[in-house]
Design a protein around this ligand. Structure first.
Ligand code: PLP
Length: 391
């Protein structure tokens, strides 16, 4: 019997054994040659995986929220205008962060499960000059995916910088940072990047760095200021020692390991696999008779699925029975409907057998909670779709 449960939440996720071994390796000095080498490799690999060969990667100790904070703290100055495209909980967080920097925020919110239309976004951009446009690629509270390529193109057309909160999408959804002209793509270690929590990661475009260099005022966040971190990142990229704040040595070794695994598989293949698993999972959920939050199929994420409980099924009963089969899913996150849905993360090292175990547990928990459906239909639908996509 395995002593651990299957962790199917949208971060932290299940990690590769090799990544976990890097976490338990002997901790070296942050200026040991072997560590300098690992850090430099991790930064080089980020540019490959982000598809941003001319971008500047940053890795600092912190969570995804620090990456969100760092991105805008360096780009905005008091009195600037920012447009926040919100599809849930993390859009609201971006508004809160920007307001701390005395930025005038306009937020475009869509009803739950939908995305603001490109027309609405273009109208907003036409009516006011914005320094920055932020978007949540996959909002982890809803499982809704925004069309980041098109939104970045609009931002560019109206001379605004684009910031993509990719915490729940980098390495799980298609992103071509340089080709699509996105100025900052940020994430955190514990999601599709596949490393235990603790690292804030981002890649900034040349234009983003230039905007930061042209600032008239100091960055009003000491820890996140690129002035402190840019020389450090450059030193590691050149395989030279340097110091500003002690890097989390083991996490960075684990990051190098995970990015190497992703790069060896190939980012395109990796994303395709996420797409296949997510597509089969959504069909299985529909076959059981459950509804997901995203209204349109094309707005549903590859990295997680948010599912409404059916009529008559209580959250407490469902989660209690699910955990009897050693599967952990996440509850709702969006305050207004928190108790009405659950979320299943399926990213990173996830396999089809993890998905089958999860579906089996979901079916069991639904039966025990009094919901009537054709037993096994979710499982057989998943297998049928996945098997045909593998042929
Ligand atoms: C998880 C998440 C965050 C926050 O990351 P933390 O590491 O919890 O701070 C931000 N945005 C999105 C889209 C996320 O999924």
């Amino acid at each position: 019997m395995k002593g651990r449960k299957l962790l199917m939440i949208p971060g932290p996720i299940e990690f590769e054994p090799e990544v976990l071994r890097a976490m338990s390796a002997v901790t070296t000095s942050h200026v040991a040659p072997s560590f300098i080498h690992s850090f430099g490799n991790a930064l080089d690999l980020m540019k490959k995986i982000w598809l941003a060969p001319a971008g500047q990667p940053f890795v600092v100790a912190g969570s995804g929220t620090l990456a969100m904070d760092m991105a805008v703290a360096n780009l905005v100055e008091a009195g600037d205008n920012a447009l926040v495209i919100s599809t849930g909980y993390f859009g609201t967080r971006y508004k809160d962060i920007l307001e701390r920097y005395q930025v005038n925020v306009t937020i475009l919110e869509a009803p739950v499960g939908e995305v603001p239309s490109l027309e609405t976004i273009e109208n907003a951009l036409k009516n006011k000059a914005y320094k920055v446009v932020t978007m949540t690629h996959v909002d982890t509270s809803t499982g809704v995916l925004v069309h980041s390529k098109e939104i970045a193109a609009l931002a560019k057309k109206y001379n605004a910088l684009s910031v993509l909160d990719g915490v729940c999408s980098v390495a799980g959804e298609e992103i071509k940072q340089e080709e699509w002209g996105i100025d900052v793509v940020l994430t955190a270690s514990q999601k599709a990047v596949g490393v235990p929590p603790g690292l804030a990661l981002l890649v900034a475009s040349e234009k983003a760095i230039q905007t930061w260099e042209d600032r008239k005022t100091l960055v009003s966040n000491y820890y996140a200021d690129w002035k402190n971190w840019l020389p450090i990142m450059k030193a590691y990229q050149e395989r030279k020692p340097s110091y500003f704040g002690t890097p989390p040595v083991n996490l960075i070794m684990a990051l190098e390991t995970s990015l190497r695994i992703i790069n060896e598989e190939g980012i395109a293949t990796r994303i395709q696999k996420h797409k296949q698993l997510a597509g089969a999972f959504r069909e299985a959920i529909a076959a059981i008779g459950l509804k997901i939050l995203p209204i349109k199929k094309e707005d549903a994420a590859n990295t997680l699925t948010a599912v409404y409980y059916p009529e008559g099924v209580e959250m407490a009963s469902f989660l209690k029975h699910l955990s009897k089969l050693d599967v952990i899913v996440a509850g709702g996150l969006l305050p207004e409907i928190k108790t009405k849905y659950f979320r299943v993360g399926h990213m990173g090292a996830v396999t089809s057998s993890d998905m089958i175990s999860t579906l089996s547990a979901i079916e069991f928990a639904l039966v025990k909670s009094g919901f009537t459906f054709k037993s096994g239909i979710g499982l057989s639908t998943f297998q049928k779709i996945l098997n045909s996509s593998l042929e």
